[in-house]
Design a protein around this ligand. Structure first.
Ligand code: PFF
Length: 455
């Protein structure tokens, strides 16, 4: 994916490589696990509409800004501020990104670990047949050590790829895996929509009830849009430092947004029809929602052909892990690139430090579903806090300052040159981008925060 050239900073080899790496970072558990969870907790269709608004008017312009800052500075998330805004206190935004990246990777690895366990359960035929899947899930996550083992495994694979495999591994298998995952999602969505009781789920997704839109719901939609598109913490700044001069920043960002939104919406169309056709599972079941409802879908879809059921569900969870991996390596890369660039640290050593930190924090997140579930602050466990601080605080703050910087502080000529590839691309969308980055995105974040504080 990244080919390292003589200047020791790599370049993506192809346009497809750029889109795949960025889409690989964007598409992950955020779409298939976090999106349905948030939709379920925040009332359905109205949340989705607000979410679309944030994708278009906030996350997309932030993505363009991150691409631009990364390619202009050829540096990591902290380095980019050093190069483009020397001596400015804005460097704090870079550090906030590092912090959020580590927090996210910690709880992300826990959920990816659950996925790993579900892959094994599927392939060993333990997820088929009459069972209470809510209980299966609860028993697994509250076990003190099993989820720790799967989390550790996931983190180690992430570590391994970051240290040595990025160039040759991910691009190759992403080309195969991403389309396969999409295909399976479409098949499952079509099936789920034909399950008994599915209409109620479709209504939940399609008929907005705006009375449910509270300031908290708006904050959640904003957090989800930023989380899902991996923006606000400089992850894509780091990736864009590997872009070459021909990369079209705006159209690449648009493609990534489209792919990511499509996957999120389709997973909604799998989960909610299924939720409503299964007794005893509520839409607000929380982080376990996907792990509880999907086994029911597999069971019903393949009740006549169990063997196919094992295979299909095993493949689904496997592909989900791979989607999670392409995201987790991008999160890991934020801090690893920072340590190697800024402290001239050897890549292997830098990666070890990052993995070690995520492991310790991940253990706390994992235990907060079991032995530590009663340790709460304002009703939230460690896991909830990590999610809250990163998606609803660090990412929006980062997104706001990134837009303010590119919209107001960076020389206009430089921004324009980057977005038009030095005058070789048409400028049609440039005016819209500038307006969004200068006004809509930063003001939007401020209003949401003020609204939430006053609520
Ligand atoms: N966008 C990823 C997902 O939806 O799963 C999660 C993520 C990746 C968040 C990278 C932040 C990040 F820097």
């Amino acid at each position: 994916m990244v080919s390292h050239s003589s200047n020791n900073r790599g370049n993506f080899a192809t346009r497809l490589g750029v889109i795949l790496a960025s889409a690989g970072s964007a598409v992950g558990l955020g779409n298939i696990w976090r999106f349905p969870t948030e939709v379920g907790n925040n009332g359905g269709a109205a949340f989705i509409l607000v979410y679309f608004g944030f994708v278009l008017f906030l996350a997309l312009p932030v993505m363009v800004c991150e691409f631009l800052m990364g390619r202009a500075s050829r540096s990591n998330t902290v380095g980019a501020w050093k190069v483009l805004a020397p001596g400015s206190p804005l460097i704090v935004v870079g550090f906030l990104g590092i912090l959020a990246g580590v927090l996210i990777l910690s709880f992300y690895s826990v959920v990816a670990g659950w996925t790993l366990d579900y892959t094994v359960l599927s392939l060993t035929c333990q997820l088929m047949g009459e069972q209470d899947f809510a209980q299966v899930f609860q028993a697994f996550v509250s076990n003190p050590w099993k989820p720790l083992v799967t989390m550790l495994l996931f983190l180690l694979v992430t570590h391994w790829i970051v240290v040595r495999g990025v160039e040759h591994g991910i691009e190759k298998y992403s080309k195969l895996m991403m389309p396969l995952l999409l295909l399976i999602i479409v098949v499952l969505a079509v099936y789920a929509m034909s399950m008994p009781g599915a209409e109620a789920g479709l209504m939940f997704l399609l008929r907005p009830d705006f009375s449910k839109v509270t300031p908290g719901v708006v904050l959640s939609a904003m957090g989800q849009a930023l989380f899902s598109l991996s923006v606000g913490l400089g992850c894509l700044t780091t990736y864009a430092s590997y872009f070459n001069k021909e990369t079209k920043l705006m159209s690449s960002a648009l493609s990534v947004c489209l792919i990511d939104t499509l996957v999120a919406v389709m997973s909604g169309f799998i989960i909610f029809p299924a939720v409503f056709s299964v007794q005893g599972v509520g839409v607000d079941a929380g982080p376990g929602l996907v792990f509880i409802t999907l086994p029911y879908v597999f069971n019903m879809a393949f009740s006549g052909m169990p063997l196919l059921g094992y295979l299909f569900s095993g493949l689904f969870y496997l592909l989900l892990i791979l989607a999670a991996l392409t995201s987790s390596i991008s999160m890991h890369e934020i801090s690893t690139a920072f340590l190697t660039d800024n402290y001239r640290m050897e890549r292997r050593r830098a990666a070890r430090i990052v993995t070690g930190a995520c492991l310790l924090l991940g253990i706390a997140c994992s235990l907060s579903f079991g032995p530590w579930k009663d340790y709460t602050l304002y009703g939230m466990t460690v896991f909830d806090w990590f999610d809250f601080v990163s998606a609803k605080f660090c990412m929006p703050i980062g997104a706001m300052f990134i837009c303010i910087f590119v919209g107001w502080v960076m020389p206009h000529s430089e921004v324009r040159a980057q977005l038009t590839n030095w005058g070789t691309l048409p400028v049609r969308l440039y005016g819209i981008f500038r307006f969004l980055a200068r006004w809509v995105a930063p003001l939007g974040v401020m209003i949401v925060f003020i609204n939430e504080l006053l609520a």
